[in-house]
Design a protein around this ligand. Structure first.
Ligand code: HEM
Length: 466
């Protein structure tokens, strides 16, 4: 039986490379040990100490179709996110409790519920874009974050939020910002750095912001408990109504942790993808021309469900997530019973993760993989283990449908109605932002003004920018 190998040398130095330059870490390892390799420096505290990464679609299929049998999805291994999300979030729990929590939250981001958000997303996009006067420079990542935060805020809390909502959003943005660079992301990877050295120290500031945010979230929960309103369809109302088998409701701490999870996971990721899409559409003007031709061809009566089904827009979104997957790895899975994978024997206790970043750079799947080419998604149908930005199996992203719907409507609205240009001709590169990858410089752009387009249903929301 073959022995699994991985990068050699000091585990500590490898870990530093993983934190400060994760792309080099992954690409160097894959170049030496294609398809599957040992990555023990990543830690995760599995019973055997072994950590394996794989980019091969067959291995991903095997892993993600049996991650409730041969493999498990231990929530405790996601402890890196505990300072943000607490330990009762869907990401931290496991087994039956995890499966039930997913069933509870999932419907809010799918089907009919999703359709209700269409007008809202277009409305929010116009409102945010209209705050940028013609000639003004801005960072696309900031603008897309403002949009996605507002969208997730409305889906989680509903459309009638009280006076504290502005402060909650400010605190969420400030807390997420602590992890914006590889250096500050180290706080997550080295718990020993998580020291409160007073209100001006980075961690001290974070702890105080979290305390204030907790108070606001607990107050919102108490207010809703005191005034139940069966007509509300937002996620908080639904979580408040949920009962377990013993008829018990979720505790305040469980509710707080779930709200934090959905608010964070629900806006940081989508914001990054939308910023990258704006970057590529302006960096490769032929893709912009092709997209505008498709958007302008929509008949004036077209509604946003038609926008959602546009093939080239879909290809642009997919190619953006292909070339820049926000999440480099799936959450960890653990081998429960000895298993063969790609000719190797994996022992119980081995931790294994899908390396989506590497799968998306495979030349055998994506020829000229460094090129942004939306057409590849029109020319070929990729399997869910070849194109895998949202992971799969037992922990597949809960917000996938909302994220895809949102990014299409936001991009269609921005591209159809506003003229933007890149301010920096240098290529934008990805770098670590917490546990994700995001554009290093945030995609610097300038607002050139409104764009005239054939009349469509989107027109009704348009108010000219100054
Ligand atoms: C483009 C945007 C997004 C990307 C690329 C993304 C990606 C991912 C990935 C890769 C995972 C791990 C899957 C696995 O281990 O197999 C995940 C899990 C998750 N995502 Fe997303 N996500 C996005 C948007 C969202 C949104 C909008 C929400 C909430 C509304 C959300 C909520 C979650 C939650 C709660 C989990 C954990 C699921 C569990 O532990 O069972 N995500 N996401």
């Amino acid at each position: 039986m073959k022995k699994l190998l991985g990068p050699s040398g000091s585990l500590f130095l490898q870990r530093l490379q993983w934190i400060f330059d994760p792309i080099s870490y992954l690409e160097n390892a894959e170049a030496q040990f294609p398809d599957i390799f040992q990555a023990n420096s990543l830690g995760f505290g599995g019973a055997s100490g072994d950590v394996i990464l794989t980019s091969h679609p067959h291995a991903l299929q095997q892993l993600l179709t049996s991650d409730r049998k041969q493999f498990s999805t231990p929530g405790a291994m996601n402890a890196i996110l505990k300072p943000l999300l607490g330990d009762a979030s869907v990401i931290m729990i496991e087994g039956d409790r995890h499966r039930k929590r997913r069933q509870l939250v999932m419907p809010s981001f799918h089907g009919e519920r999703l359709k209700a958000y269409g007008d809202l997303i277009i409305d929010i996009t116009h409102k945010v874009l209209q705050t940028i006067p013609a000639g003004q420079a801005f960072l696309a990542r900031d603008i897309t974050q403002t949009i996605s935060l507002e969208v997730i805020f409305q889906t989680v809390f509903g459309f009638r939020e009280g006076e504290n909502s502005g402060r909650i959003k400010t605190l969420l943005t400030a807390m997420a910002d602590l992890f914006r660079s590889p250096l500050t992301s180290s706080f997550l990877f080295f718990p020993s750095l998580q020291k409160d050295l007073g209100p001006w120290s980075p961690w001290g500031k974070f702890v105080r912001q979290r305390q204030e945010l907790n108070q606001l979230l607990y107050a919102a929960i108490a207010e809703r408990r005191a005034n139940p309103d069966p007509s509300r369809t937002d996620i908080l109302s639904m979580l408040l109504e949920a009962r377990d088998e013993a008829g018990e409701p979720m505790t305040d701490q469980e509710l707080r942790d779930e709200l934090m999870t959905l608010l964070f996971a629900g806006h940081e990721t989508t914001a990054t993808v939308m910023a990258w899409a704006l970057y590529w559409l302006h960096y490769k003007p032929d893709t912009k021309t092709q997209l505008l031709a498709e958007l302008d061809s929509l008949d004036p009566q077209a509604d946003w469900m038609k926008i959602n089904r546009l093939p080239y827009l879909n290809a642009v979104c997919n190619e953006t997530m292909r070339i820049h997957p926000v999440a480099m790895l799936t959450f960890p899975r653990q081998v429960e019973e000895e298993v063969e994978m790609l000719g190797y024997t994996l022992k119980p206790g081995t931790v294994i993760m899908g390396a989506m970043y590497l799968t998306h750079q495979r030349e055998d799947l994506y020829p000229n993989h460094t090129e942004f080419k939306p057409d590849r998604f029109l020319e070929r149908q990729y399997s869910p283990y070849e194109f895998i930005p949202f992971g799969g199996g037992a922990r597949r992203c809960l917000g996938e449908a909302l994220a895809q719907f949102e990014m299409k409507l936001v991009l269609a609205t921005i591209m159809s109605y506003y003229q933007l240009a890149l301010l920096d001709s240098r290529p934008e590169k990805p770098r670590r932002r917490g546990v994700t990858l995001a554009p290093t410089r945030g995609v610097k752009m300038v607002m050139q003004g409104n764009r005239l387009r054939p009349t469509s249903v989107l027109e009704k929301d348009l108010v000219p920018t100054s």
